[in-house]
Write a protein that binds this ligand. Structure first.
Ligand SMILES: [Zn+2]
Length: 223
């Protein structure tokens, strides 16, 4: 009997709660309808939390914006689930995607970058590799894809493979963008990387894709 009473009370309280949150939601919806411009502006507002830079809800890492050395979230589960969907869809169309890299820690990037500098010199290395703290792979939201044949992996001609071509027209449907596009090298600071995709979530990825802009341009970071 006591248990029943408690269950009843809980159900009553829960019902009360959901009613309240519905009311709360409808107020927010009204504000959105009244002022879509304000909503749009706040969705692009800059904030820095524990050394991590956001524009709206989106983490931005590039040549000038870095992450703290101890920022190590690992592979982002939502991004990975989206990547699995993308690869399954590709497989259904006869493609053979292979994941070549994903999350990379500050220390791993440190080793990688300095190996490239030793091999090719800093100026060349900077066109295709990030200094530690500046790699998008440290966010856990970026992946490098190749094809199972792997011959053109990490080369610009990956963009001409069936996998590379498909990515250019379908990545946004799974919440990703090609982060370093062709013709935008002067903005991103990186060579064209048809294999490097960045997870943004469905809506933002579609929006950025349709805009034809890099993330830097989209968020107004380009002077
Ligand atoms: Zn990459």
């Amino acid at each position: 009997m006591k248990r029943l009473l408690i269950a009843g009370l809980a159900a009553f309280l829960l019902a009360g709660c959901s009613e309240q949150s519905e009311q709360h939601l409808s107020v927010i919806d009204n504000i959105k309808q009244i002022n879509p411009l304000e909503k749009w502006l706040s969705s692009k507002e800059k904030s820095v939390v524990d050394g991590v830079t956001y524009y709206g809800d989106t983490i931005i890492v590039n040549k000038s914006i870095s992450l703290p050395a101890d920022y190590a979230p690992g592979e982002n589960a939502e991004a990975r689930a989206a990547l699995d969907k993308l690869m399954t869809a590709g497989t259904a169309e006869g493609l053979n995607f292979a994941i070549r890299s994903g999350f990379r820690s500050y220390d791993e990037q440190d080793v990688l970058y300095h190996n490239y500098v030793a091999r090719d010199g800093k100026a060349a290395a900077d066109t295709y590799s990030a200094e530690p703290g500046h790699s998008e792979h440290q966010t856990g939201l970026a992946f490098d894809l190749g094809s199972r044949e792997s011959v053109k992996d990490f080369t610009i001609s990956f963009g001409d493979t069936p996998e590379g071509k498909w990515l250019q027209t379908h990545a946004q449907n799974y919440g990703f963008i090609i982060r370093y596009p062709k013709g935008k090298e002067h903005i991103t600071g990186y060579q064209y990387e048809p294999w490097h995709i960045r997870y943004l979530g469905d809506d933002l990825a579609q929006d950025v894709y349709k805009s034809g802009l890099t993330l830097e341009e989209y968020f107004g970071l380009v002077k």
